[in-house]
Design a protein. Structure first.
Length: 201
C-alpha cells in the first residue's frame, strides 16, 4: 500500500476546500510535515482536517516513518485526545503500544542516562554532598528534624496515626489507616472522617 500517496491525497483534498474553523464543522490543525521531521508552524505547513482525517494521517505517518518514535507517541496520544470522536479498533491501539514499547526498550538499552558514569557521580554527589540539605545541617538541627519527623508519623499531625472509632460498629482503632485496612474502605482517611465514617477520639 502506498501510504504516502494516500496521505498526500487527504492533505490536498483538505487544502482544496479552503477550510476555516467554525461551529458547524469540527476541524483540527495538522502539520503537513511533522515538526519532528523538520516541519514548521508556518501557515503553508498547516492544514485543517476533520478528526477522522487527522487520526488517519497520523496513522499513515507511523507507517511512512516506522522508525520515528515521536510520530508513534503523537499517534498514541490521539487515542486519548480523540476519545469519543473516532472509532478505531483495539487491535490498532495494541499494535501501536507494542511498537512504542519496543522502541522504548531499545532506546534505554543504548541511551539509559544512568549508564553515564558522569551523571551517576553527579547524582551520588547530590545525595551525599553539600547540595543535600541534610548534610548542611548541624548535629542539633539533625536531631530536631528527626524528632519532628517522628512526631508527625506517630500522631498529632498525621491523620493516619490518630486513634479513631468506626462510626458504624463503634470499634476503636489505633489509627485511621488501620481502620481503612481492616474494613477495606474506599477513600482517604481525611475524606472518611469528613463523611463521619471515621470519628477521631
Amino acid at each position: 500500500m502506498n501510504y504516502e500517496k494516500i496521505y498526500n491525497q487527504i492533505i490536498e483534498k483538505a487544502k482544496s476546500e479552503c477550510r476555516m474553523k467554525n461551529k458547524e464543522i469540527y476541524y483540527e490543525r495538522h502539520h503537513i510535515i511533522p515538526k519532528c521531521l523538520g516541519g514548521s508552524n508556518h501557515k503553508d505547513n498547516l492544514v485543517l482536517l476533520t478528526a477522522k482525517e487527522h487520526f488517519i494521517c497520523h496513522k499513515l505517518l507511523t507507517e511512512m516513518y516506522p522508525d520515528n518514535i515521536k510520530l508513534l507517541y503523537a499517534f498514541s496520544a490521539m487515542y486519548m485526545t480523540n476519545k469519543g470522536r473516532i472509532k478505531f479498533s483495539s487491535k490498532s491501539f495494541e499494535a501501536c503500544k507494542q511498537r512504542l514499547n519496543v522502541f522504548k526498550s531499545e532506546f534505554l538499552k543504548n541511551n539509559n542516562p544512568m549508564k553515564d558514569i558522569t551523571l551517576r557521580n553527579k547524582k551520588r554527589h547530590e545525595m551525599t554532598g553539600d547540595s543535600n540539605l541534610m548534610y548542611r545541617l548541624t548535629s542539633e538541627q539533625k536531631i530536631k528534624h528527626s524528632k519532628s519527623v517522628s512526631i508527625s508519623k506517630i500522631g498529632g499531625k498525621n491523620p493516619n496515626s490518630k486513634k479513631c472509632m468506626y462510626s458504624i460498629t463503634q470499634e476503636k482503632f489505633n489509627s485511621g489507616a488501620e481502620l481503612v485496612r481492616v474494613y477495606k474502605l474506599k477513600g482517604s482517611v481525611n475524606y472518611l472522617a469528613k463523611k463521619g465514617i471515621i470519628i477521631w477520639i
